[in-house]
Design a protein around this ligand. Structure first.
Ligand code: AMP
Length: 235
């Protein structure tokens, strides 16, 4: 059983890397942001509570974030383990997590703010099927339309300059101390997230002493950093 946390600022490719890791290792990928987005899209009560907070780039309250994680992990569908992305994001969440679960490693995807800005502002999402695109390297064949379902591509509500500034501030103020806490426990493996996505994935696996990623049709192009997030996840 393997239990990992993946951390990194928006646009660092957390969702992509978590999905690539989860695939052949049979880990369950838990994206807290995806769970909140699902609730917003499906107009649930929780969705109504978090929509504006998310759109402004703010963090949802700790009680709600913790109950989402607790609820998801009590499903116990993770026989081979899990990789959790987007949690913990502050000291309190980290303490909750460490009290409740033991972990085998924390993957820290390191990306400079300038690159975050470049990537995030080029990110688009299909309004119909949720597929992620990045206009820097990954434009759809027909501008503004999803290659898979033809749906309209839109900007994620929280991918604006203003919301990004809030998220970067939160990351540096609240999430970096979490990394320091994990570092003191020697859990953290830092990986340079500017590299192509397969190279990032291989480095993660090397650092965690896991088997290398086998060649696959989607990944064989070696396309990288700028594709982060596309097709594997919208996180
Ligand atoms: P992400 O997809 O990880 O960028 O998360 C999108 C948004 O969901 C964040 O900007 C927050 O509003 C909310 N969110 C995700 N994870 C958490 C968390 N651990 N604590 C509080 N809010 C969160």
């Amino acid at each position: 059983m393997r239990k990992y946390v993946i951390m990194g600022v928006q646009g660092s490719g957390k969702g992509t890397q978590a999905t690539m890791l989860a695939g052949d290792l049979d880990l369950v990928h838990i994206s807290v942001g995806d769970i909140f987005r699902w609730n917003v899209q499906n107009h649930t009560k929780m969705g109504a509570q978090v929509r504006r907070i998310m759109a402004e780039g703010e963090l949802v309250g700790d009680d709600m974030a913790e109950s989402v994680v607790r609820g998801r992990l009590t499903e116990h569908d993770w026989n081979y383990g899990f990789i959790i992305d987007g949690f913990p994001r502050n000291q309190r969440q980290a303490e909750f997590f460490l009290e409740s679960y033991d972990i085998d490693g924390v993957i820290d995807l390191d990306l400079p703010d300038s690159e975050v800005r470049r990537r995030v502002l080029a990110r688009r999402l299909c309004s119909n099927c949720g597929m992620d695109y990045n206009l820097l390297a990954d434009s759809p064949s027909v501008p503004g339309k999803c290659d898979v379902c033809g749906g309209e591509l839109v900007t994620r509500e929280d991918d604006t300059e203003e919301a990004l500034a809030v998220r970067l501030r939160d990351f540096h103020e609240k999430t970096n101390p979490v990394l320091d806490l994990f570092r003191r426990k020697e859990y953290v493996f830092t990986v340079d997230a500017r590299a192509p996505k397969r190279a990032v994935q291989q480095e993660i696996r090397t650092k965690l002493s896991l088997p290398p990623l086998l060649d696959d049709v989607n990944g064989a192009d070696g396309n990288g950093a700028e594709n982060a997030g596309r097709k594997e996840s919208n996180a």
